[in-house]
Design a protein around this ligand. Structure first.
Ligand SMILES: Cc1cc2nc3c(=O)[nH]c(=O)nc-3n(C[C@H](O)[C@H](O)[C@H](O)COP(=O)(O)OP(=O)(O)OC[C@H]3O[C@@H](n4cnc5c(N)ncnc54)[C@H](O)[C@@H]3O)c2cc1C
Length: 385
């Protein structure tokens, strides 16, 4: 293999470039990135960047020394618009074509929006430009902020806005935020964090319309209530960026369909990070985006699936001064067990058990015992093809 094209220059893309070099690939590496910023990290965007405690230079994933060592060609500020049927040529929006032997798809996900018009003052939070725009709105005197969606990004954004002194309401469609991810007991405990942070939580509520002509004035709910707002943040999830793969021969179904080794239907194309649906599961967590590339690159260079992922899923989220950590896999039939602390106040450590053994662990402000239980979780068995 002489040239590998990495499409997407963020968390998973940068890790793929590192892996290519770490695994001894000495050919040409071309990285295509839609954003013009140097590769940057995303989790701080809804936390320290909004709150003003993390500076933009601190987000950079690569310093000058590592950039030089990686010896890649960075084509930033231009999106890939198609991949040819054999998966060897990537066409860019500016008309350039990158020819290569292998492709790493790392195009991540894009923020979902609400249907209808989007007056000024309505934001999403996925990119550095999004964070800059929202931060600028929050720089002035206290404002009324409505966050639509109580997921992790919504909760972190609500927390940051409240800590900056703004009045915040979170609107969530489900009876509790984070119910599918955390189950009823833990989701209720996390919902209480909003109240402790001085944020109003409105659950079981559908947004009917964002009100305002040129500038947002409020959010109308389906039950008739109107929540006045100067700023609205829409945190209703993200969709994998796969439109550019249409007609390429790479299968797409809520993400790029790959086997457990991140290999797509075309052996010369692998996918990593938020865009990848690995063995039926698409994960939107930083740790997956940093761990998948090692396996994906090994298989790309081997020309077949020589290795599969053995990672125990892990994510964290920071809001209201608390850290939530989750590892493992939980299903509806698994038994929730509070190990220490209280779900009502302070932190806690909890597990889910399947057939009498822990299959997942969750902690709020219990980092040390969490790591101990995390290490004890069963690893996904390696199936080498
Ligand atoms: C605000 C925020 C906070 C988060 N906080 C946490 C957290 O606390 N904990 C946690 O575990 N996870 C967190 N995450 C999730 C984590 O950041 C993602 O899982 C991770 O960024 C995924 O990396 P990725 O490289 O796959 O995708 P992305 O980071 O989305 O990067 C994809 C890149 O590809 C580019 N791209 C898209 N289309 C094209 C194209 N056609 N051509 C070229 N380039 C393209 C995009 O512009 C982007 O730069 C957070 C995410 C966000 C948005």
């Amino acid at each position: 293999m002489r040239t590998v094209t990495v499409v997407g220059a963020s968390v998973a893309g940068v890790h793929a470039v590192r892996e290519l070099r770490a695994q001894g690939f000495d050919g040409r590496v071309v990285v295509v990135g839609a954003e013009s910023h140097p590769p940057y990290d995303r989790p701080p965007l809804s936390k320290g960047v909004l709150e003003g405690t993390v500076s933009e230079p601190a987000l950079r994933l690569l310093d000058d020394e590592e950039l030089a060592e990686l010896d890649a060609q960075w084509l930033l500020g231009t999106a890939a618009v198609s991949l040819d049927a054999a998966g060897r040529a990537v066409v860019l929006a500016d008309g350039r074509v990158v020819h290569g032997d292998g492709v790493v798809v790392a195009t991540g996900a894009a923020a979902r929006t609400l249907p209808g018009r989007r007056p000024a003052g309505v934001h999403t939070l996925r990119t550095l430009d999004d964070a800059r725009a929202l931060r600028a709105e929050l720089a002035g005197p206290p404002r009324r902020v409505v966050v639509v969606g109580g997921g992790f990004v919504g909760a972190e954004t609500a927390s940051a806005c409240a800590r900056l002194g703004h009045g915040v309401t979170v609107v969530e469609a489900a009876p509790l935020p984070l119910l599918p991810q955390l189950g009823p007991e833990a989701a209720a405990a996390c919902a209480r964090l909003h109240a402790r942070g001085g944020v109003e939580l409105v659950t079981g509520a559908q947004v009917a319309q964002v009100r305002g002509a040129s500038r947002v004035t409020g959010v109308a709910l389906a039950d008739g209530r109107l929540l006045p707002a100067d700023v609205v943040v829409v945190g209703v999830g993200a969709a994998p960026v796969t439109d550019w793969l249409h007609g390429s021969g790479v299968a797409v179904r809520d993400g790029v369909v790959c086997d457990a080794g991140c290999v797509t239907a075309l052996p010369q194309v692998v996918a990593v990070g938020d865009v990848a649906r690995v063995d039926g599961v698409r994960t939107e967590h930083w740790t997956a985006a940093t761990r998948q590339p090692a396996v994906a690159v090994r298989n790309l260079l081997a020309g077949h699936t020589a290795e599969v992922l053995r990672e125990v899923p892990y994510f964290w989220s920071d809001s209201y001064g608390s850290r939530l950590q989750f590892a493992g896999e939980r299903g509806p039939g698994d038994r929730f067990r509070l190990v220490e602390g209280s779900l009502e106040e302070g932190g806690f450590l909890a597990t889910w058990e399947r057939d009498g053994a822990p299959c997942a662990v969750l902690a709020l402000d219990r980092p040390r015992p969490f790591q101990r239980l995390r290490r004890a979780l069963p690893r996904v068995p390696a199936k080498v093809g």
